[in-house]
Design a protein around this ligand. Structure first.
Ligand SMILES: NC(=O)C1=CN([C@@H]2O[C@H](COP(=O)(O)OP(=O)(O)OC[C@H]3O[C@@H](n4cnc5c(N)ncnc54)[C@H](OP(=O)(O)O)[C@@H]3O)[C@@H](O)[C@H]2O)C=CC1
Ligand SMILES: Nc1nc2c(c(=O)[nH]1)N=C([C@H](O)[C@@H](O)CO)CN2
Length: 236
C-alpha cells in the first residue's frame, strides 16, 4: 500500500490476467479502480471487495474519453495505471480494417489518451507508475495476428516515449508475456503446439504477470524497460 493509498487503475480486469492482478492488489490492501466492458462474475467479485468498476469501451476515442472522465469522478490521484485491456483477433477476410482499427484503439489509442489525461493524477502520488502489458510476439512478428502484433509493437513504442516524457516523477515500463494462460476453447493439439514453443514448456498462469507488475512498482530505478516473460521462447 502506498502512503496516500492512492488507487491503482487497471484496465480490462473483468477476467483472466487483469482480474488476477486486481485481486492480488486488493490482497495487499491496495485500493483499485478497474475497467470492464462486459458484466462478468469477476466484475462483481471485485466490487464486493471494494474495488470501483468503471465501464469502458475503448473501441472509439469517445469511449476512451468518457472512461477518463468517469475515473476522475472517483479519484484525484493515482498510484499507477496498468494497461491490460486487449483484444486478440486474427485476420479474418472481409473485416481486416475493422479488426486493425479496434486493436489500434484498445492497444494504442486508449493507453495514449489515458496516460496523457491522467498523468496529473499520477503526479500527485510518489512513487508513480505506468505499466503497459504488451506481447513477446512483437520480438519477431506474427503471421496469424498481423494487426494484433503491430498494435502491440506500437504500445512498446509508447513505453519508450512516455518514459522519457514523464521522468522523473512517473516510471513507465512494459511487460511482454508469451502464452500465460490458455483460453477455454484451446484444444489439446493447440496447447501442445504452444507449450513446445518455449524452453520451459509450461502454462504459468497469471501470477507471473502480477510478479512482474510488483517488481516494476517496487523498483525505483527501472523505467523505459519492457520485461520479457516468455518461458525462454527466444532461446528455443
Ligand atoms: N493470455 C495470454 O496468454 C497472453 C496475454 N497477453 C496480454 O496480457 C494481457 C491480459 O491477457 P488476457 O487476460 O488473456 O486478456 P483478455 O483477452 O482476457 O482481455 C482482457 C480484457 O480486455 C477487455 N477488452 C478487450 N477489448 C476491449 C475494448 N475494446 N474496450 C474495453 N475493454 C476491452 C475485455 O473486457 P470484457 O471481457 O469486459 O469485454 C477483456 O476482459 C493482454 O494485454 C494480453 O494481450 C500477452 C501474451 C499472452
Ligand atoms: N488479449 C489477449 N491477448 C493474447 C491472448 C489472449 O487470450 N488475450 N492470448 C495469447 C496467446 O496465449 C498466445 O500467446 C499463444 O501463443 C496472446 N495474446
Amino acid at each position: 500500500m502506498n502512503a496516500t493509498n492512492a488507487p491503482i487503475l487497471i484496465t480490462g480486469a473483468g477476467q483472466r490476467v487483469g482480474l488476477h492482478c486486481a485481486q492480488r492488489l486488493l490482497d495487499e490492501g491496495q485500493s483499485v479502480i478497474f475497467s470492464y466492458r462486459s458484466e462478468r462474475p469477476g466484475v462483481l467479485a471485485l466490487r464486493e471487495r471494494g474495488a470501483i468498476g468503471v465501464f469502458a469501451d475503448f473501441s472509439s476515442e469517445a469511449g476512451v474519453l468518457a472512461f477518463i472522465g468517469a475515473v476522475k469522478t472517483h479519484t484525484q490521484s493515482l498510484r499507477a495505471i496498468i494497461h491490460n485491456a486487449s483484444a486478440w483477433v486474427a485476420e479474418t477476410p472481409g473485416d481486416e480494417s475493422r479488426a486493425f482499427i479496434d486493436m489500434f484503439s484498445v492497444h494504442m489509442l486508449a493507453p495514449y489518451l489515458i496516460n496523457l489525461h491522467c498523468s496529473p493524477l499520477l503526479q500527485r502520488s510518489t512513487p508513480a507508475d505506468i505499466v503497459h502489458i504488451s506481447d513477446d510476439v512483437v520480438r519477431k512478428g506474427s503471421r496469424q495476428h498481423i494487426a494484433y502484433c503491430a498494435t502491440k509493437a506500437g504500445l512498446d513504442s509508447l513505453t519508450l516515449s512516455f518514459a522519457a516524457q514523464f521522468a522523473p516523477l512517473i516510471k513507465v515500463n512494459g511487460i511482454a508475456p508469451a502464452m500465460v494462460m490458455f483460453n477455454e476453447g484451446d484444444d489439446e493439439t493447440y496447447r501442445a503446439k504452444v507449450l513446445a514453443k518455449s524452453a520451459l514448456g509450461i502454462e504459468p498462469g497469471p501470477e507471473v504477470i502480477y510478479q512482474s507488475v510488483r517488481y516494476l512498482l517496487d523498483n525505483p530505478y527501472v523505467t523505459g524497460t519492457t520485461l520479457t516473460v516468455n518461458g525462454g521462447r527466444h532461446i528455443k
